[in-house]
Design a protein. Structure first.
Length: 277
């Protein structure tokens, strides 16, 4: 298999994986969510999974059950390894299947494994033959240019996304450190004899803590959208993620209520205009 074609297969299946993941998770969350670690609309884990299946398991296409079992094992191993490496890199588990039955360390679960197996069968028997026909219409120079563009775009996106995640991790660390300092000062102030100045200081410290929380909530919005089950082995960090998730949910509910109120007001205004007419 030519390298240019392999790169384009990887990109196409990363894009397709993104669409599948967005559709699936949006249905679960009952809202449109933007999945994925990268900025662009593609999920490389799907691209790598598809290439893995094409290179190593497509030869078993005459044996449907064997192909299904191998695909389940291969894609699950890839998902587990990816989860482990990302946790080592970012000190956070970006997805967590601990609440799902038959999971392994929360990194993979039976449900997703079965779904990946079915997707793999669709890939071999339906999707890939269509994509092969589509790309066969392109010239060698077009394939080469397209493959190089894909590599460039994903390389830039990956670098930018890693820096964004590293910045978010630093912000998490700074938040925990600063909030701890503020809470220690509040605790100290609370033990002293109450005075107007001390009350003002306590209010100011509470305000600083709330401001830090709001900044972190804004910074975490994209991460929480991409990885709604993100967690951490560090208990303090895990609890902070839970607080951020709760705030994000409450924020969505509040925004939804505001939109409903605006629609009701618009509807009433429209009714009044029709009555006057």
């Amino acid at each position: 298999m030519e390298l240019d074609l392999l790169i384009l297969y990887f990109f196409c299946y990363s894009l397709l994986g993104y669409l599948i993941e967005v559709a699936y998770c949006s249905r679960l969350e009952k809202r449109l969510v933007n999945m994925g670690f990268l900025h662009g609309p593609y999920l490389p884990i799907y691209g790598f999974g598809a290439v893995l299946i094409l290179l190593f398991f497509s030869r078993f296409s005459d044996h449907l059950l064997l192909l299904f079992v191998l695909s389940v094992l291969g894609t699950s191993a890839l998902e587990y390894l990816t989860s482990y490496l990302l946790e080592v890199l970012f000190h956070a588990k970006l997805w967590d299947y601990s609440t799902y039955p038959l999971n392994i360390h929360g990194r993979v679960c039976a449900l997703n494994a079965a779904l990946f197996g079915l997707l793999s069968l669709s890939l071999i028997y339906v999707i890939h033959p269509f994509l092969v026909q589509l790309l066969s219409k392109l010239s060698a120079s077009t394939l080469s240019i397209s493959a190089h563009m894909v590599l460039l775009i994903i390389s830039i996106d990956t670098t930018s996304s890693v820096f964004r995640m590293a910045a978010f991790q630093k912000q998490l660390f700074d938040f925990r450190l600063k909030v701890r300092e503020i809470e220690e000062r509040i605790d100290l102030v609370s033990k002293l004899k109450p005075t107007k100045n001390l009350e003002n200081l306590k209010e100011r410290l509470d305000g600083e803590r709330e401001l830090l929380k709001q900044r972190l909530e804004r910074a975490s919005q994209r991460i929480l959208d991409a990885f709604p089950s993100i967690t951490s082995a560090n208990e303090e960090k895990r609890l902070l993620f839970e607080v951020l998730k709760k705030s994000a949910r409450e924020g969505r509910v509040h925004r939804k209520e505001q939109r409903l109120q605006i629609r009701r007001k618009s509807g009433k205004s429209g009714s009044r205009r029709n009555d006057h007419a």
